[in-house]
Write a protein that binds this ligand. Structure first.
Ligand code: PEP
Length: 251
């Protein structure tokens, strides 16, 4: 049985004081972590505050990005080794904003996935097609190719433990959600591609989130789909009440 995982992605929002206040307001209202895993991915400058505030709670902490080297002359980058030392559990990689604005390639994402595992963290690997690719009817081959490249060289044990976030670019921050059927169809395709690349057991273990304008009003319908194991949520994760409704969607 896969434990559902709802992760907020704060992007470039919040400061340490706002982070501490947010966690103070949610920490006692989170679901049991074996029922639903609640995660917040925060900017690197807020992680220390997030970790301290969430101590002893059911909240898992994620970084929004890291570099693929542990240390060295890489000005401005974030070390996966230090993220682990700080108490971070997950690290998002391959978000479409990073692919688009910071020119991250599939090869970078694969190197980051390996660096994350090398340091004992778990990746949340984002994938997803543009509107143009979907309109050309090429979304499945595009997303499967992204997954194949991101996972290259990872073991089945590693793949079993990671999280994939399917986020169609046209649905991120646009208010335009993929229908639950469109989301389910792609998450199923991703799972089938992992069965082909690895085996059935690995495909059954990997958790696949949908992301793209997930909100309290649509989370239940999305989570009812058999291949959707969670949500990666931007805008709707920034408000306490909305985040709580998302993670407590089973109530
Ligand atoms: C995201 O940040 O990954 C995302 C899906 O954003 P939003 O929920 O705002 O569409």
């Amino acid at each position: 049985m896969r434990t559902p995982i709802i992760a907020g992605n704060w992007k470039l929002h919040m400061n340490p004081a706002q982070t501490a206040e947010f966690v103070k307001n949610v920490k006692d209202k989170l679901p049991d972590s074996n029922k639903v895993e609640s995660v917040i991915a925060a900017p690197a400058v807020d992680l220390d505050a997030l970790i301290k505030a969430s101590e002893g709670s059911n909240l898992s902490v994620a970084a929004e990005n890291c570099y693929f080297e542990d240390e060295g002359a890489f000005t401005g980058e974030t070390s996966p080794k230090v993220l682990k030392e700080m108490g971070v559990k997950y690290c998002i990689i391959g978000h479409s904003e990073r692919r688009d604005y910071f020119h991250e390639t599939d090869e970078d994402i694969n190197k980051k996935a390996k660096a994350i595992f090398r340091n004992g963290l778990l990746p949340i690997i984002c994938c997803g097609e543009s509107l143009e690719t979907r309109e050309a009817g090429k979304e499945e081959e595009f997303v499967v190719a992204q997954i194949k490249k991101a996972l290259d060289g990872l073991t089945s044990e590693q793949v079993s433990s990671l999280v994939i976030a399917y986020e169609p670019i046209w649905a991120i921050g646009t208010g335009k959600t993929a229908t639950s059927d469109q989301a389910e169809e792609m998450c199923k395709t991703i799972r089938e591609s992992i069965a082909k690349l690895y085996n059935e057991e690995t495909a059954e273990n990997v958790r696949i989130q949908y992301g793209g304008s997930v909100k309290p009003a649509n989370v239940k319908e999305l989570m009812a789909k058999p291949n959707i194991d969670g949500g990666l949520v931007g805008g709707a994760s920034l408000e306490v009440e909305s985040f709580l409704s998302l993670v407590n969607y089973q109530d």
